[in-house]
Structures are given as structure tokens and as C-alpha cells.
Ligand binder design. Structure first.
Ligand code: PLP
Length: 382
């Protein structure tokens, strides 16, 4: 079955009593039992709910996996994942890991003796040295935020398997339409459903998808035990959103490529970071790994001062200045004054996060309106 069909038909069997084509929202905390301990598959919504089950089967199918567990947020899914680790565990992750994941390790799980180590996955020697010293879990994020660098999922998971290490891929930026980490050897796919899957900037959610029954049982137990369940209403909305995911991603991919191609020759542009451009350092890997497309995120470095940048990013009509990404509406984010403002300017520049760098979450509006919006705003500085 193709993903367009899976997104609409998996987990959407008509409801039994009245035949409602769209399964209703089961807004219930508890379930009547026929006899003590004899229930119809659900006993309490922290443990499970028919809406969760429906969404889980669709997400598993889209990721080419067997099992999925949904959570209250992307970081709620991360909490379940890291709760499977023992004190003293060593986790190896990308050096430009999502800030919330980094904070969860350093400020929360660090207190329980779980250690975060970071590496550039392209530095094979450093990766092997870490693996020889002992690693319990690997977390790969590709493409990364905000520079959209790629890591080779297949080669990392192959190496990890030789050392018996479980691998997790945070697939939030690519979505299950553009990239399938389980088919490239990953053990677990991690999603923030808040981004492309939710897609309308109106819900927070998370999921873990795997082919490993034992891991899935642990994730399910963590949701129950740690109270990481989502609301049935949010899950129902996410299911509704998922039906248009393949269509939305196709438009995000096309719009982002159009903007990247249009802006790359602009006199005020120093660099365009987009995996779909032949100039991107990992373009060949992107062609192999991102089989559905190169995504809706584009980062552009402008030849403007910090003050000019602050006024530029507030002068767009359609690109709203906001955190987050993956919605139908276009958003813009300025790392130097927003997400990464607390990092000293020289260290930020070393990491490639210069004052002129802007991250665009390209929505599904008409591409001509979006490029005109950026070009018009830039005209003030030419
Ligand atoms: C947003 C995000 C998360 C966290 O998800 P929430 O739903 O905000 O908790 C994790 N990883 C990546 C790559 C993200 O963009």
C-alpha cells in the first residue's frame, strides 16, 4: 500500500455501533468492565485508548514498522526512551542535537547518572573510538537544526550493530514521507508529532516506532508508569492531520526547493543550506537517504548586520516570526536572537550560527507568494 493510501485507510475502520466513517473521539478516562478484570481491551486511558491505537497503527505503517506508541509530546516520547536506560548509561548523539533533547540529558537525566556524549557522525574515527569505550544508545538527528546537515543512517546503524548498540533516529525534520530510518537499519524512530505530522501548529504530541517487541513493551510501560499519555482529542486531531501528510509534504518539499534555488544567487545571500541543492555538502547522501524529498526547512545566511537582520525578520508578510516548524503556514526563526541567543556570539559563529543566519519553515502557500515575500523584504537593503 502506498503512503497516500495508508495515511487515509490504516487505523480508520468505521465505528461498529453506527458505522461512523470517521472513528469518534473516545473522551473517557475509564472503561466499564463486564466482570472484575475482564475488559474490552482498555481499562484506563493513561494505559490506552482506541484513538491512540488507531494513530499508532497508521504511524507504524507509514514508518514501515510494526509497533508504535504515542505520547504527550516529542519530549514525552524522549522521556520514555531514556527511562529504559540504567544509571551509568552512555548515550552517543549528534553534535548539533535538538536543544530540548540536550537539555533533557544535561539537566534532567544527567541527575540519574546518564551521560551524553556528542560526535560528528562524519568523523568515523571518533565514532569508532566512542563505540570501543562502550555506548548504550545512539541518537541520530538528520537533517539537523538549523544547518540541515545530514548523517548517513545506514552506515552508522551498521557500525552500531557490530557493537550491539541500539540506534534511534529522530525523524521529525524529514517526516515518514521523506525518509524511512527503520528500513536503513535503525531500531527506533522518534517523532515530535507537533511538527509535520500534526502539521497545523495546533497540537503537541510525540511517538516512538519500532520493529522490536521488547522495546515497544518498554515504551508502553513507560507511558503508563510515568504518565506520558496524550489527550484523546489531540490524538484524534493528529489522525485527521495525518491523512493529508503525503500531500502537504510534497508541497513543503517543492516550495522549499523553489525558495532555495531562487535565493542562492541573490547578491545579499552568502549561503543557502538545503539538502536538495547540488551545492549542499551532503547532497549525494540526501539523494540516497531522503527518498521522498528534501524537506520543508531551508536555512539562509544573509550578508547583513545583526541590527539589519532583526528588522528583516520582522518585515515578512507570510513568514511569521515564531519558534517551531512543520505547519502549513510559513514561519521564520533567527537563531542568533532567538533559539541560540544565550550562546556567546564567537562560539555561535564557530558553530556556523552566524548573525545573518535565518531558518525558514516553508509552508504550503503558493511558492510565488513566498519568494516574493522574501525578495520584497530584501529589497530594502540593496
Ligand atoms: C520539536 C522537536 C522535538 C521535541 O518535540 P516536542 O513535541 O516539542 O516535545 C524533538 N526533536 C526535534 C528534532 C524537534 O524539532
Amino acid at each position: 500500500m502506498h503512503s497516500h493510501t495508508q495515511a487515509i485507510h490504516i487505523g480508520q475502520t468505521p465505528e461498529a455501533t453506527f458505522g461512523a466513517v470517521v472513528p469518534p473521539i473516545y473522551m473517557t478516562s475509564t472503561y466499564a468492565q463486564d466482570h472484575p478484570g475482564i475488559d474490552k481491551g482498555y481499562d484506563y486511558t493513561r494505559a490506552g485508548n482506541p484513538n491512540f491505537t488507531n494513530l499508532e497503527s497508521t504511524l507504524a505503517a507509514l514508518e514501515h514498522g510494526q509497533h508504535a506508541t504515542v505520547f504527550s509530546s516529542g519530549l514525552g516520547a524522549g522521556t520514555a526512551l531514556f527511562s529504559t536506560l540504567k544509571p551509568g548509561a552512555r548515550v552517543l548523539a549528534s553534535d548539533d542535537l535538538y536543544g530540548g533533547t540536550y537539555r533533557m540529558f544535561t539537566r534532567s537525566f544527567g541527575q540519574f547518572g546518564i551521560q551524553l556524549l556528542q560526535v560528528d557522525w562524519h568523523d568515523r574515527k571518533a565514532v569508532e573510538q566512542h563505540l570501543q569505550r562502550g555506548i548504550d544508545l545512539i541518537i541520530i538527528e538528520t537533517p539537523t537544526n538549523p544547518l540541515l546537515r545530514l548523517s548517513d543512517i545506514q552506515s552508522i546503524t551498521q557500525l552500531a550493530r557490530q557493537h550491539g548498540v541500539t540506534t534511534v533516529v529522530d525523524n521529525t525534520f524529514a517526516s515518514p514521507i521523506n525518509q524511512h530510518p527503520l528500513t536503513l537499519g535503525a531500531d527506533v524512530v522518534w517523532h515530535s508529532l507537533t511538527k509535520y505530522i500534526g502539521g497545523h501548529s495546533d497540537i503537541i504530541g510525540g511517538a516512538l516506532i519500532t520493529n522490536d517487541q521488547i522495546l515497544n513493551d518498554q515504551f508502553f510501560f513507560a507511558r503508563l508508569s510515568l504518565g506520558l499519555n496524550p489527550s484523546p482529542f489531540d490524538v484524534w486531531l493528529t489522525q485527521r492531520s495525518l491523512k493529508t501528510l503525503p500531500l502537504r509534504i510534497a508541497q513543503h518539499n517543492a516550495n522549499a526547493l523553489h525558495i532555495a534555488q531562487t535565493l542562492q544567487s541573490h547578491p545579499l545571500v552568502r549561503a543557502v543550506h538545503y539538502p536538495g541543492l547540488p551545492s549542499h555538502p551532503h547532497h549525494q547522501l540526501a539523494q540516497r537517504q531522503m527518498t521522498g524529498g528534501f524537506g520543508g526547512m531551508v536555512s539562509i545566511e544573509f550578508d547583513l548586520t545583526l541590527d539589519q537582520m532583526k528588522s528583516l525578520i520582522s518585515s515578512f508578510t507570510y513568514f511569521r516570526l515564531a519558534e517551531s516548524l512543520g505547519g502549513v503556514e510559513s514561519l521564520v526563526n533567527h537563531p542568533a536572537s532567538m533559539t541560540h541567543a544565550s550562546i556567546p556570539a564567537d562560539i555561535r559563529a564557530q558553530q556556523g550560527l552566524t548573525d545573518g543566519l535565518v531558518r525558514f519553515s516553508v509552508g504550503i502557500e503558493h511558492p510565488d507568494d513566498l519568494t516574493a515575500d522574501i525578495l520584497t523584504a530584501l529589497a530594502a537593503y540593496e
